[in-house]
Design a protein around this ligand. Structure first.
Ligand code: BES
Ligand code: MN
Ligand code: ZN
Length: 500
């Protein structure tokens, strides 16, 4: 799927389908008015009949409208004219794409980007391109007869020639985010028998081959042992696949600029280990490396854009399996930081691999460290699939991440940390336990991480709920929070608002 941008008026366009917005109260958008005029009132007549009310999520297809060069016109509801909101726009674009997919046509011209909104034209085209890629995403790698989508190109229009470069700027941004998040989705959707630890590390290596500004190195089990990463090692010890620690470096700014470090949980499959998950809960756990996938997708998008910022990605990679060589509940391990951990539940493994990766992150002298992890079922209980749980030891960093999420329609919600939650992790025999009991499970997991994020500004995104979305009866990987992270990194490139 390609996105294009153009300047023009709708009535003369020869295309399979023109998409225009209509509002409630029988109001037409500018582009719809032009079509109405050229067709001697065809659209307003239909609107008067009440065949389309104009609410968001509504659409109506017209064929062979007299006076119009295009084969079809798709009217899409966009809410009330005066108070059209961000969310109306986003849902109108989504609705239009879902109709275009069903129409079995290969290209369309959309004037949705031309509607009036408080947001800039660049914002509108950014979202349009991003949504177009998201909604036409397909994962067909394992189908012997792939069913490929007919729709190949959507061109987004503005009627204002002077603004064409704004339209294009936003479209490129949206495309890069879409490319990054599709990459993350492919990785998350690939099952654990294929996407095993060395495959995931290999994907980091292949990004470095693809982009000049990215380099990558992967530590093997021997090197991980030499660094005393006892927590990471303990998670992998029941698996045929040794653990790996991949580091990527994207150099977009001068060597003096401190990097933003992104740390991703990379459990290629989570059985729970000897604290085995029940069969039903284990299904879908191929997605437990979505934190790592988001790090790779974000770095890919940033490299596509050539953003002037330094970014380090660290992937903490292991497979969590049960068995005779696997960690037992009650085992005590020593992490790279020297802190000892009593492992009471081997299914709380994400925090263990992240603990050592967070200690390792300090060597990059980061401006901030953000870890991303499908960490707890409790985050799904608390926030569902709509918002990622955000934790941070720095208010300004948290604020910028929240803002980036809102800007990108990839929301997060800040959750608390604190002494009392930390206490739930106290152990009688070691420095800490790896579980905090039945209550506040997402918070105590974040507190566990906080104990290792000692030397820098840190934030943690628990994406257990947001990394996947319902698709019919199945779950599919969403690519979140790539949009949030890319937007956050764009903020770091702006002259204002980069301090925290
Ligand atoms: N990968 C899971 C988190 C998870 C659980 C994501 C359910 C999506 C749905 C994580 O490793 C895990 O198993 N967490 C445990 C922690 C518990 C043992 C303290 C959980 O949330 O049940
Ligand atoms: Mn687990
Ligand atoms: Zn897990």
């Amino acid at each position: 799927m390609d996105n294009g941008v153009k300047h023009g008026v709708p009535e003369k366009l020869k295309t399979a389908c023109i998409v225009v917005a209509v509002y409630t109260d029988k109001k037409l958008s500018g582009a719809a008015k032009s079509l109405d005029k050229a067709s001697a009132g065809y659209l307003s007549k239909i609107q008067k009949r009440g065949d389309i009310k104009g609410n968001s999520e509504e659409a109506l297809l017209l064929q062979d409208v007299p006076g119009i060069a295009a084969d079809r016109i798709l009217l899409v509801g966009c809410g009330t004219e005066k108070s059209t909101k961000q969310s109306d726009y986003i849902s109108a674009v989504k609705t239009s794409i879902s109709y275009l997919k069903k129409l079995n046509i290969s290209e369309a011209a959309s004037f949705l980007t031309d509607i009036e909104l408080p947001e800039t034209l660049a914002w509108r085209s950014q979202h349009a391109a991003k949504i177009a890629l998201e909604e036409t995403y397909q994962f067909q790698d394992f189908k012997s007869k792939p069913d490929t989508l007919r729709l190949k190109k959507i061109t987004w229009y503005t009627s204002d020639k002077k603004k064409l470069s704004d339209l294009e700027y936003g479209c490129n941004l949206g495309e890069a985010i879409g490319i990054g998040s599709s990459f993350a989705r492919d990785l998350g959707n690939t099952p654990g028998n294929v996407c095993h630890p060395s495959y995931l590390a290999g994907m980091a290596k292949s990004l470095a081959k693809e982009y000049q500004d990215i380099s990558c190195s992967v530590l093997n089990e021997k090197q991980i042992t030499a660094l005393n990463m006892g927590a990471l090692l303990s998670v992998a010890q029941g698996s045929q696949h040794p653990p790996l620690l991949a580091s990527l470096e994207y150099k977009g700014a001068g060597a003096k600029q401190k990097p933003i470090v992104l740390v991703g949980k990379g459990i290629t499959f989570d059985t729970g280990g000897n604290s085995l998950k029940p069969a039903g809960s284990m299904v879908g756990m191929k997605y437990d490396m979505c934190g790592s996938a988001a790090v790779l997708g974000t770095i890919k998008a940033v490299a596509e854009l050539g953003l002037p910022v330094n970014v380090i990605g660290i992937l903490a990679i292991a497979e969590n399996m049960p068995g005779g060589t696997a960690t037992r509940p009650d085992d005590i391990v020593t992490s790279m930081s020297g802190k000892t951990i009593e492992i009471l539940n081997t299914d709380a493994e994400g925090r263990l691999v992240l603990a050592d990766a967070l200690t390792y992150a300090a060597r990059f002298k980061p401006k901030a460290v953000i870890d991303i992890a499908t960490l707890t079922g409790a985050a799904v209980v608390a926030l569902g699939t709509h918002k990622s749980a955000l934790y941070s030891n720095c208010d300004e960093l948290a604020k910028q991440l929240l803002e980036a999420g809102t800007e990108m329609d990839d929301q997060a919600w800040r959750m608390p940390l604190g002494e009392k939650y930390h206490k739930q992790l106290d152990s009688d025999v070691a420095d800490m336990k790896n579980i905090g009991g039945g209550f506040a499970g997402s918070i105590t997991a974040a507190c566990f991480l906080e104990k290792f994020a000692t030397d820098y500004k840190w934030a943690h995104l628990d994406i257990a709920g947001t990394a996947s979305k319902e698709k019919g009866v199945d779950k599919q990987v969403s690519g979140r929070p790539v949009p949030l992270l890319v937007q956050f990194l764009i903020y770091q490139c702006m002259s204002d608002g980069q301090e925290f």
